[in-house]
Design a protein around this ligand. Structure first.
Ligand code: GDP
Ligand code: IMO
Ligand code: MG
Length: 428
């Protein structure tokens, strides 16, 4: 194959800065593709003081001449997608060609409702802390083989039949289990039909689009949403999302053979954050966590919820390197660590008995481990204007080198601020 495939994947619990890394790398490719997740994602790109938050559109949309693909593995909130397109059009930034897989599933109003109802039922003790975007229920229908796909929105008979079957069951759940009002067929049908008519120009064969681009010698970038520790199989189950954000998910979620993948780049934030419930061994629950949140602006791009913050966890990062087969790392938000006297980094997990423990993707295990820290020297300098590795203060360079040494993976890009130009490229 003449073209090259690269996958950008989150190594933590999402919000690592994947959007900005994809934006920084998009000029090297012709196609940018999403392969999983849905509007639970919020990918922020800052260009010339303008902020763009992508939930469903790939973060390559700002470049003219590119093709942006939404693969079959994505679950599509049609209204959200149309709103994002309108917003870009109004800002004169809908520059890329968009191709949406007909096989992608559609998030229906009942999915969102059921997501919220289920969370309510789980109660504050057992809830997952989902984004309430209907992600879990939509993937449930996909796996259960009763989901509605984008292609169904274009066929009146199929839509009518599938929607009426689904509504019959969903209304039973809503009324009998959750004590809610039933949803009316007519209104949802009209809405879904109109989504289909508006999305029609973009619907195509996503897998073939990618394959033909590679055959022509075009490079393709896959943009993961969420992160490794939120992966349905490899994350901190059950506090995970319902898709496969790991690199392997790109092949299934876009219809690509694994032998075509050239490089996997992991995005890692210089510290850890998490939105929603679940284990977080290095979490800072007191003032320091608050400080990181304030300095890093750690509030969800999708829900606005404050993100839980803590120190970088190298045990979990090494796990992400293994699970994804990561070749290179992009380190973001290093600038946020300026001003700390010392920066602890978790290099190991210990049991109550003082035994060293390897990573296990098990929530009960992760709740019980005691992180072992190595204190790295802090720095005072504002890094926002650094554009070269040598511009960084020595302790910041040591921080980078330490991560490389511990993971055995080179860091090829460092983020020193949210803007497109606040990037140090170290050998992309
Ligand atoms: P994503 O979901 O992985 O794309 O990440 P989000 O967009 O949800 O969250 C990352 C946040 O950090 C956004 O507000 C970005 O603008 C911001 N960001 C990304 N990289 C950097 C960086 O290097 N420095 C700073 N200060 N902010 C960054
Ligand atoms: P990006 O792509 C951070 C979290 C939710 C919750 C769990 C399950 O911006 O990195 P879901 O709605 O998917 O069923 O919620 O996953 N979550 C994210 N956290 N960034 C995201 O996306 C997330 N998408 C889902 O907070 O804990
Ligand atoms: Mg995000």
């Amino acid at each position: 194959m003449k073209g090259r495939v690269e996958i950008i994947v989150g190594t933590q619990w999402g919000d690592e800065g994947k959007g900005r890394v994809v934006d920084a790398m998009a000029h090297t490719v012709d196609v940018v593709a999403r392969y999983q997740g849905g509007a639970n994602a919020g990918h922020t790109v800052m260009v010339e003081g303008e902020k763009y938050v992508f939930h469903l559109l790939p973060s390559g949309m700002l470049y003219s001449g590119k093709t942006c693909v939404i693969g079959n593995g994505v679950v599509i909130d049609s209204q959200q997608l149309l709103d994002e397109l309108t917003d870009l059009q109004e800002r004169g930034k809908d520059r890329a060609r968009l191709v949406i897989s007909g096989a992608a599933h559609v998030v229906m109003p009942y999915h969102k409702k059921l997501d919220s109802m289920e969370e309510r039922l789980r109660g504050s003790r057992k809830k997952i802390g989902t984004t309430h975007r209907g992600i879990g229920p939509c993937y449930m229908d996909k796996v259960n083989r009763c989901g509605i796909r984008v292609e169904d929105l274009l066929c009146e008979d199929a839509l009518r039949e599938k929607l009426s079957f689904n509504l019959e069951i969903k209304n039973m759940y809503l009324t009998r289990i959750y004590g809610e009002e039933p949803l009316a067929f007519g209104e949802i049908f009209e809405q879904a039909w109109s989504w289909g008519q508006r999305l029609k120009p973009y619907v195509g064969d996503a897998s073939l689009t990618i394959f033909e681009a590679l055959e022509r010698g075009s490079n393709v970038l896959f943009e993961g949403a969420q992160g490794t520790l939120l992966d349905l199989d490899h994350g901190t189950y059950p506090f995970v999302t319902s898709s496969s954000p790991v690199a392997g998910g790109a092949c299934v979620g876009a219809g690509l053979g694994p032998s075509l993948v050239g490089r996997v780049t992991g995005v890692v934030k210089a510290y850890n954050t998490r939105v929603g419930e679940g284990p977080f061994p290095t979490e800072l629950k007191e003032e320091l966590g608050e400080t990181l949140r304030e300095r890093g602006g750690e509030f969800g791009a999708t829900t606005g919820r404050p993100r839980r913050c803590g120190w970088l966890d190298l045990v979990a990062l090494k796990y992400a390197v293994r699970i994804n087969g990561i070749h290179a790392l992009a380190l973001t938000k290093l600038d946020v660590l300026s001003g700390f006297e010392a920066i602890p980094v978790c290099t190991g997990y210990r049991s109550d008995e003082g035994e060293d423990l390897p990573y296990k993707g098990n929530s009960v295990f992760l709740d019980s481990v005691e992180p072992v820290y190595r204190n790295m020297e802090g720095w005072k300098m504002d890094l926002g204007a650094c554009r070269d590795f040598q511009d960084l203060p020595r302790p910041a360079r040591d921080y980078i080198r330490f991560i490389e040494e511990q993971t055995g993976v080179p860091i090829v890009l460092v983020g020193v601020g949210p803007s497109r130009d606040q990037t140090i490229v170290m050998g992309l």
